[in-house]
Design a protein around this ligand. Structure first.
Ligand SMILES: [Fe+2]
Length: 195
């Protein structure tokens, strides 16, 4: 049984960059629904229920075919959002890891790449900073696809589904992304990089 993780801060704690109502619906409704559907899909396969979400997504080909898509979508939705909540914090943090400036020239270079990945992802999906064969890479995935399924380790993910920003920003995805940078928790990014 997978359970909805705590947000770790109040719904309104990321205001004015991300509004309380969006956070509440995003966490309590969207994320909760992914978990509910993931648990439902795994119901008839007890062997898979005790596995970690990372294992399920990394070894997606081992998942029984009849629930594979459900696990990809809802398991991905669960893991992506779990990472997302933890990589934000009220007021953000300034502790940008050196590895990022090294890989992308400087912080602005990284932000520009990540922002572009988010803006150009057509429809719903995620922009990612990932570790891939020991290199840092920026790219995007569709829907709730996890980088883990492609053998990459997610370090920082940006949700660009409309449910992440529509109430406050409507169709202005670039404005949402610009504001999101103000709440990024670089301490968590550093921790993930050092693992
Ligand atoms: Fe989302």
């Amino acid at each position: 049984m997978f359970v909805l993780p705590e947000l770790g801060y109040e719904f309104g704690a990321l205001e004015p960059h991300i509004d309380a109502k969006t956070m509440e619906i995003h966490h309590d409704k969207h994320h909760a629904a992914y978990i509910e559907k993931l648990n439902a899909a795994l119901e008839k396969y007890p062997d898979f229920q005790s596995k970690k979400i990372e294992e399920l997504l990394s070894d997606i080909k081992d998942i029984p075919e009849d629930i594979r898509t459900a696990v990809q979508n809802n398991g991905g939705g669960h893991h992506n959002h779990t990472l997302f909540w933890a990589s934000m914090k009220p007021g953000g943090s300034q502790n940008v890891p050196e590895a990022i400036s090294k890989a992308f020239g400087n912080l602005d270079g990284f932000k520009a790449k990540m922002t572009d990945a988010g803006i150009t992802r057509f429809g719903s999906g995620w922009a990612w900073l990932v570790k891939s064969a020991n290199n840092l890479e920026v790219y995007s995935t569709a829907n709730q696809d996890s980088p883990l399924t492609e053998g990459k380790i997610p370090i920082l993910g940006l949700d660009v589904w409309e449910h992440a920003y529509y109430l406050k920003y409507q169709n202005r995805r670039p404005e949402y992304i610009e504001n999101w940078w103000s709440v990024v928790n670089w301490d968590v990014v550093s921790e993930r990089l050092s693992k």
